[in-house]
Design a protein around this ligand. Structure first.
Ligand code: IMO
Ligand code: MG
Length: 420
């Protein structure tokens, strides 16, 4: 009997999930994505090659691995085909290794247009969406109008598509959004034909049957602070990025969940709009951005940067039931004189260590300071070789969060990883 172990980002996304899933993938015969869509950008670096996984699980390059796209995912056939062709160029046949849930929802070209139209209409209140059609697709899913992957096999598929497209055209007109809704249609239908080459599965049977024999790793996209329920609403994505999403997004009971790996960066970043209590607007923020190469893998936008927020991190550790923490990009702090972590918020003059309902309120972060270690940690491979200041910093975080840090990443390569 196997377990479903889960890997989640604990901040606002871009924590380095791609690298860690790639490291862990060698230990699991199967990897599954359970929510989100091509708004994700999971960067993998190995053998001198780079790849950004969008909808395909980051295990695709591991020999013998089986990969699943679950029902909780929203799939854009055009983007998916492009990604598969890139995988093929790297010598892997995705058709053999990838299984797709019939219940995953399809992103239509008009969903992307609606995303752009909604953002344009929101003006200053815009979310800073990746404009991949994620919000409108989940909206149609919840309002019971969506098209699912399994529908592509139906003789009525074109009719269903036209019906939904007509609704979208009305919505686009109401928003007075100038666009050509037919522009990508041919490409989309060709991509639907491509999608038919894959094995479409009843994911809940497929996954549970697999778990009756072996274990599987569920790969989260985005981060817990972008969760539709628990994130910094409304500046969030449209899916449950927290642990429960793995159950509903794959058809697996909570009792089957094993370890929950929570990934965080040694500092915070956010791309898109919304509150960010520890954001830095000074040269320290710029230094973090430069050293950490904090530019979006999907949109190329420069990421907002700030100190690590332990109030927020403790909150997401709780919501996700994290059993093992994984700290990324610790090496990016190698050259800092002083390293700060936020341990309390001051909200309306009152100190708290809880994540408030409205984090756009006036929050003053209260910091604990650490002495920098001034050592190049990238080539260190054994825990005992880490500088004392670094070890003190880790020990403080473990105590504050009440969860052990099991893996420390000190560089983008698979090898630059210390396991404890
Ligand atoms: P990975 O998986 C960082 C952000 C967007 C925007 C908000 C809503 O690479 O960590 P959406 O396109 O979902 O409607 O955008 O969420 N966002 C991400 N930020 N990493 C991601 O994915 C993100 N996916 C969405 O910037 O603020
Ligand atoms: Mg990303």
């Amino acid at each position: 009997m196997g377990k479903l172990d889960v890997v989640l980002g604990l901040q606002w996304g871009d924590e380095g999930k791609g690298k860690i899933v790639d490291v862990l993938a060698g230990r699991y015969p199967a990897i599954a994505r359970f929510q989100g869509g091509p708004n994700a950008g999971h960067s993998l670096q190995f053998e001198g090659k780079n790849f950004v996984a969008r909808s395909i699980p980051s295990g695709i390059f591991r020999e013998g691995s089986l990969n699943v796209i679950g029902n909780g995912v929203v799939l854009d056939p055009i983007e998916f085909r492009g990604e598969c062709l890139d995988v093929e160029k790297m010598g892997i046949d995705p058709v053999k290794k990838l299984f797709i849930s019939k219940k995953a929802h399809l992103i239509l070209p008009t969903h992307r247009l609606l995303d752009a139209a909604n953002e344009a209409a929101a003006g200053k209140g815009k979310i800073g969406s990746t404009l991949r059609g994620i919000g409108p697709t989940y909206t149609d899913k919840i309002s019971r109008k969506g098209l699912r992957v399994g529908d592509i096999l139906s003789p009525d598929f074109r009719k269903k598509y036209e019906k939904l497209k007509a609704i979208h055209i009305k919505q686009l007109r109401n928003l007075e959004f100038e666009c050509n809704p037919d522009k990508e249609e041919q490409d989309w239908f060709e991509s639907i034909e491509f999608l038919k080459k894959f094995t479409l599965v009843d994911c809940e049977y497929f996954v549970n049957d697999f778990l009756s024999k072996d274990s599987m790793l569920a790969e989260g996209a985005q981060g817990s602070l972008l969760d539709i329920d628990y994130g910094s609403y409304p500046f969030v994505t449209s899916s449950n990025t927290t642990v429960g999403g793995a159950c509903t997004g794959l058809g697996v009971a909570p009792s089957k969940i094993g370890k929950v790996y929570g990934i965080f960066k040694a500092y915070c970043t956010r791309v898109g709009s919304g509150p960010f209590p520890t954001e830095l607007f000074d040269e320290t923020g710029e230094k973090i951005r430069q050293i950490g190469h904090e530019y979006g893998a999907v949109t190329g936008r420069s990421r907002r940067c700030g100190w690590l927020d332990l109030v927020a991190l403790k909150y997401t550790c709780m919501v996700d039931g994290v059993t093992n923490l994984i700290m990324m990009k610790a090496d990016c702090l190698d050259s800092f004189e002083t390293i700060k972590v936020c341990t309390k918020y001051k909200v309306n003059g009152l100190e708290t260590d809880q994540f408030p309902f409205d984090i756009s309120a006036d929050i003053e972060p209260i910091y604990t300071e650490f002495k920098g270690w001034h050592t190049n940690t990238t080539d260190i491979r054994r825990e005992e070789d880490l500088p004392t200041e670094f070890k003190d910093y880790i020990a403080f975080m473990e105590k504050y969060l009440g969860v052990p840090i099991s893996i420390i990443s000190i560089g983008p390569d698979r090898e630059a990883t210390i396991e404890r």
